[in-house]
Design a protein around this ligand. Structure first.
Ligand code: SF4
Length: 468
């Protein structure tokens, strides 16, 4: 859609900033195979394999380890100069052989890097050739996700890997199990995934969560090194995805694009699909719980009514600190949409909403979530880098910035407090334990936002008040 079309449709102050520079300056997105690797880390016994050069897998490992503070093995087909010229078929087959021998994995997830995509490696054919040379029982399922980073972000890689996994593993529907549900949570924290599982279980539902890295990337202390950490969704459970009573897919922009795994299961097996945004804040959590109630046929458990009550009480107690505050948000599109929805509930105006994502759904999504009276002061940036975001934030001068660690330098230069959410969190502890979803997540987020604002006022006061 052209920018002019968007301007005609919507009343937002500014829909999109086309970068003025010829190259991206500090991207507000990460590489596509990173998102795919994260998905494969959420499958029990799986090993991610990057088809490309070692630098790509090292960068991704470093990023994941720094955020999750866990060991992350990602294999690589180790491209060199010759591979770049003659193709990577031999390397990929050797890598698959080595992984099977050394890890005995339950699944291998192959994600392609920019180089292998650029030279046009036919990865499905390589995998087929490899499988033809192996005894069937000796090779685990191999999932291939095409993830050229120059055509998308880590979120595109993430969603493609989820869809490719379901496409490869889901077998024919044998029966409908009324208490089985497929949950595609999107890129949330391990703490979020754990909380979503608890909420689903409270309705008596058995959830196949894809991906589930709540343990593999946030596990306990080991007594000895484990090549593949415990946890993750079993391959056999993914195979039964077609038997589920329903699928629930979280993420506004994905739902609008209609390209997710839930859509695939709906089209292939008739599994009904519910699509909604991240359950962040009151309205979105209400909607999520209602979906679970509808699927299970059970009323919303008392436990959640109590949590909701505590959240409302918290918001009443702290509204004086946040009401009419102006905030800039950036990060993955679905997280920005979820945050914007929550902020509007607590009286914070999202004046800059930015993402490096390119789904072209963010503006429409925000237009539906944010009250129309606030559109005039809201700048939305899609496919943006931090140069563009900083320009918009410097112009809007918000009271607060909410986003991940990559925006720290901007927040520091502009002297605006930064509340860290999402991924990556490289400069603080606890990135894996950040809770964003449910009433509990909203409460935790509210406390952090209110406290950041109180701290700034307290630090800036000449008096040094101890009551705020
Ligand atoms: S070259 Fe492409 S795949 Fe490799 S790290 Fe860079 S963006 Fe990611």
């Amino acid at each position: 859609m052209a920018t002019s079309d968007l301007k005609a449709d919507y009343t937002l102050k500014q829909i999109q900033i086309t970068p003025s520079a010829s190259a991206t300056q500090n991207a507000c997105k990460l590489c596509a195979p990173l998102g795919a690797s994260l998905v494969f880390k959420g499958i029990r016994g799986a090993v991610p394999l990057l088809h490309g050069s070692q630098g790509c897998s090292t960068y991704i490992r470093r990023y994941l380890i720094s955020h999750y503070k866990e060991p992350v093995d990602i294999a690589c087909s180790n491209f060199g100069e010759q591979t770049a010229v003659f193709g990577g078929g031999v390397n990929l087959k050797l890598a698959l052989e080595n992984i099977c021998r050394q890890y005995d994995p339950a699944l291998i997830g192959v994600a392609t890097t920019c180089l292998s995509e650029t030279i046009g490696d036919d990865v499905p054919m390589f995998i087929k050739q490899y499988l033809a040379t192996q005894p069937e029982e000796s090779v685990p399922p191999i999932v291939h996700a095409s993830t050229p980073s120059y055509q998308g972000s880590h979120m595109d890689g993430f969603h493609r890997a989820v869809r490719a996994t379901v496409e490869t593993l889901a077998r024919e529907r044998t029966a409908t199990e009324p208490a089985r549900v497929n949950l595609f949570p999107g890129m949330l924290s391990p703490a979020d995934i754990r909380h979503l599982k608890e909420m689903t279980a409270a309705f008596g539902l058995t959830a196949m969560v894809l991906p589930d890295y709540s343990q593999t990337l946030d596990g306990g202390l080991w007594e000895s090194y484990q090549r593949i950490p415990g946890g993750g969704t079993p391959v056999e459970e993914i195979a039964k995805a077609g038997d589920a009573a329903a699928s629930v897919e979280l993420g506004h922009t994905l739902a609008r694009a209609g390209e997710g795994a839930a859509t695939l299961l709906e089209q292939r097996f008739g599994v009904r699909a519910a699509r909604l945004g991240f359950p962040m804040g009151i309205r979105a959590t209400d909607a999520w719980l209602q979906v679970l109630a509808d699927i299970s046929g059970r009323p919303i458990p008392e436990l959640f009514k109590e949590q909701r009550g505590r959240l409302l009480d918290t918001l009443v107690d702290g509204h004086k600190h946040v009401n009419t505050v102006r905030a800039a948000l950036y990060g993955e599109e679905d997280l920005v949409a979820g945050l914007a929805c929550f902020l509007t509930e607590i009286g914070i105006h999202p004046v800059v909403c930015a993402s490096g994502g390119q789904s072209r759904q963010l503006t429409k999504t925000l237009q539906a979530l944010v009250p129309a009276a606030w559109h005039e002061e809201m700048t939305v940036l899609e496919a943006a880098d931090f140069a563009a975001i900083e320009t918009a934030v410097a112009t809007a001068r918000p009271d607060l910035i909410i986003g991940h660690s990559k925006g720290y330098a901007m927040a520091r230069r502009l002297d605006i407090p930064l509340v860290r959410v999402g991924f990556p969190i490289h400069d603080r502890m606890g990135g894996s334990r950040l809770l964003h979803v449910g009433y509990e997540g909203a409460m935790a987020l509210f406390d952090r936002i209110a406290n950041a604002l109180i701290e700034q006022r307290q630090d800036g006061s000449e008096v040094g008040y101890t009551y705020m």
